[in-house]
Design a protein around this ligand. Sequence first.
Ligand code: MN
Length: 459
Amino acid sequence: MTKSPNRAKFLEVFNHAVDQFIDHSYTRVINISHNDADGISSLHIIQNLLHKLKLDYDYFIYNRSVSWDNYLNGILSKRQSEKTALIFTDLGSNLAELVPIIRNRKEHFYILDHHEVEDSISIDEIPENLIFVNPTIHGYDGLDHISGATLAFMFAKQIKHSIIKQGWLTVIGIAGDSLKSMDKLQSFNREVYEELIDEELIEDKNGLTIFGNMHESIKNGLKYSILPFIKGFGGESDQPIISFLNSKKINPKTKVIDLHVNEIKILQQKINADSYGHFALIPQKEGLLKFAFEHALLINILCFKNISAALSIIQLKSITRYAKDMYAEYIHHLVNNLKTISNDPPSYETEKAVFLEVKGKIPPSNWSDTASFSAVNELFSPEKILFLGGLEKKSGTIKLSIRCSRKYLENHNENGVNNIISKIKKELGGIGGGHKLAGGIRLSVPSYNRLKKYSTDFI
Ligand SMILES: [Mn+2]
């Protein structure tokens, strides 16, 4: 991190946003949120707030498949009113696109985002009706320090303290974005996490962390772990896993959370990756939904398959058969994809980049997460940038998930994925955005071919 976080400055902007929202007594509020677990958690936090405030509200989910201009055209009405507020959660930092639209509107726009801001606009150009809260411009890390849901929770709680009861939603957002065990949380993520433990709204546990199937037996846990992906067990058949566990005198049916310390030590030797730490449980939920990481992953899966199921599952105590089947199918495919990637050579590789063209090998709905989990598990050289994707039929464009490892960031002066995406957009066009570690872009076929040929220029 080149600059250290400026807490006072950030809190000044944050508190100003809260004061503005309270002072204006809006008659109507529209929440627009991101189509992932962090976005859906943020949405529910804001909805709970608006419900408690007895405000007339509506919500929309944005998946970045169209430009902001096109998207907002369908939402904003001809009649403009300064009594209407829009709250963007877990998105809205594409300021170059958004500022010209917002400037010409009467509504007030609150952007509560933790994605890095594109550098093409200066903060001074922000119009009066835009209240822009983004901790990354004050030196915070959008992944480790603060998730979209953490920011939404802080905002909602400051306006109405009783929102704390819905605080467990925040942990789903944190787990979905950070892809880490909870002991690694920092700053606001950590502060909120500890507050929620103190309030007994979540339960913090420590033990073997093989995320993906923490709610099941150790046999399935090893087979379906995606964090870490366990080579030799991940996506393999039951028999070698059962034989291994029997040889170590561990009952394959033991639940992951019931393993003894000695059993965990034996397993860690075999796993040979970071697999011990803290994880969060949601006390009022059952089965898979009790486990924050798995719950977040389920929402991410449903966001692609069935957005209404994603929105409703977060309210449920136990999982539906439909969602359970969806999850099982997904995780089965994902471990197989990770197995494929850990065994197959890349489609195209340069000095600085790895291209994985996975059309036909991996379904498009799995691209983003396969890319993320390939990166966090370091299944390709951590010194290179990963471009994973292929042709998307319905749009006729190349859809790419772009990832780098934390090691890469440390060695390249924080010049991360979002910078690479900005450069690509400037030179080759396309729609996209992201964090330092992760992002995505849609490009025309000729642009993609140029990207491959001249990848070094963009990295
Ligand atoms: Mn997020």
